[in-house]
Design a protein around this ligand. Sequence first.
Ligand code: PRX
Length: 574
Amino acid sequence: MPIRSHREDTMTVTYEERLRNFDWRLAADELGWHQGEPLNIGWHCTDRICARGLGGKPALLWEDFRGEERTYTFDDLRQLTNTFALWLEDLGVGPGERVCLFMDRVPELYIGFLGVLKMGAIVQPLFSAFGEDSLWTRLDNAGTCTIVTQQKHVRKVRKIVDRLPGLRHVVVVDADPSKPLKERETALDLHGLPRVDAYTVHPTGAETPSVLHYTSGTTGQPKGAQHVHMSILGQYLTAKWVLDLKEDDVYWCNADPGWVTGTSYGIIGPWANGVTQAVLDAGFNAEHWYRFIQKHRITVWYSAPTAIRLLMKEGADLVRRFDLSSLRHLCSVGEPLNAEAVVWSEQAFGRPFHDTFWQTETGCIVITNFPGMKVKPGSMGRPFPGIEAAVIDPKTGQEVEQGKVGVIALRPGWPSQIRTYWNNDAGFRAKHIGGWYVCGDQASIDKDGYYWFVGRDDDVINTGGHLVGPFEIESALLEHPAVAESAAVASPCALNMEVVKAFVTLKPGFVGDQDMELEIMNFIRKKLSPLAMPQRIEFIEQLPKTRSGKIIRRVLRAQEFGQPVGDLSTLMND
Ligand code: PRX
């Protein structure tokens, strides 16, 4: 298969030149894939890179919070993903079945992700901080047959396993021999197994489901965004052109693979490009982060506004104590990147963070500040070549005038877009109007074609770049014996942009005091996750409702943000 040089300098090719005659076939050509042939993300990120003579190159530079370090070459990755894939097959897992990865950012997570894809199953990564309810909802919806986890998280799985009859295996990658495993549980010592050098990758096609990421909307429980193997075309090319990855880069993505950034750009995009990536399995600590960049000579860094704001709080003087001269390109995603953060990063790191806008559903970056393009601080940039974007009126589906606010809409058809929501095609279709896929975000476009983010067009809460659905929180709140009704809304936060605030009415006989507030907060943290935990709870007598009894969250949200409440004439109990 023809292999093109990857060494051209993307900075010398302008956005306008990229736009001209753009065709996604370019990505297919560079990946050596032809329509109708099998296409497998696991193979492309490992075997193909080795076939290009890069087997001995480090693929993963891994470090954890204790300072333990490991390096895996692309050939290690190829063999270990083969080993993982074969082991799962021997366990009886079949193509198309859902395999959940419920782990911290340990090497087994990255290896397991590609291993599951190689054997043709669908990989379902879930954030390891999820509590039992969040976990159960997603495993139940996906009909997951196997969950791969760590000893420290198996306790949460045990609490729900009886309510998951389809879950055949609980695999523990670091089983402690002194702790006996229970029924359905199996130990996997991946590094202790003989490595599998030759493995026949399942012949998945371009449209074969690959990754299932759960994402929150306003209504109902989180939906399973169903990606297909063809997504690699978009992830490969956007990683190359937007993250500007080149073969000698050392790349660091801050995101956890429980979220889409951590898979599209923390696994698939960089490795499809044959790029070395560093992973730090540790929480936020500015000094630790800078030391990590210095030590590994990180060149390209993909981060998020909340992390940048945390770094800003620590000050630019701290930055100067480290040699961060290796950094040459910085990108950000997940929340609005405020102009101050862009200006600060210019001062602190000598380069601006480039904003990138996309979603779980889009699978790859769709609106961005292209390298070399003029950055307008505060703007998200312009559509990636091959992405037809617009700002439309959500009621009519018509494009709004330049400068006016509408919702971001994308013309379906790019390779990385999800094909549907798992078991909920109607939910996915409902996001389309007049031939557009509607993102649910408000924005305007300026005269130069730059997009300016305004806010969400629904009740979803974006806390530190993570979407949290009000319905999931409200459902969990109802499980608390004292809660009669509740509404979860976004409340402003200087650091996380938004945090969850819950308005709660209590059942008779319960008192809304500080103890009750703490008790409910803790209850949600354990059931869902620290992200979904309301940072504030306000006990009220009555929630604002429509005449038909539907709670109107927008009234409470507007109050939180000090915005006008709008037309209240439909309210029942005002
Ligand atoms: O509201 C937008 C916000 O995050 C949402 C997508 O979240 P999720 O599906 O979890 O994927 C996050 C990572 C791709 C969007 O609908 N968002 C994402 N990027 C930006 C953003 N908001 C403002 N500016 C961005 N650059």
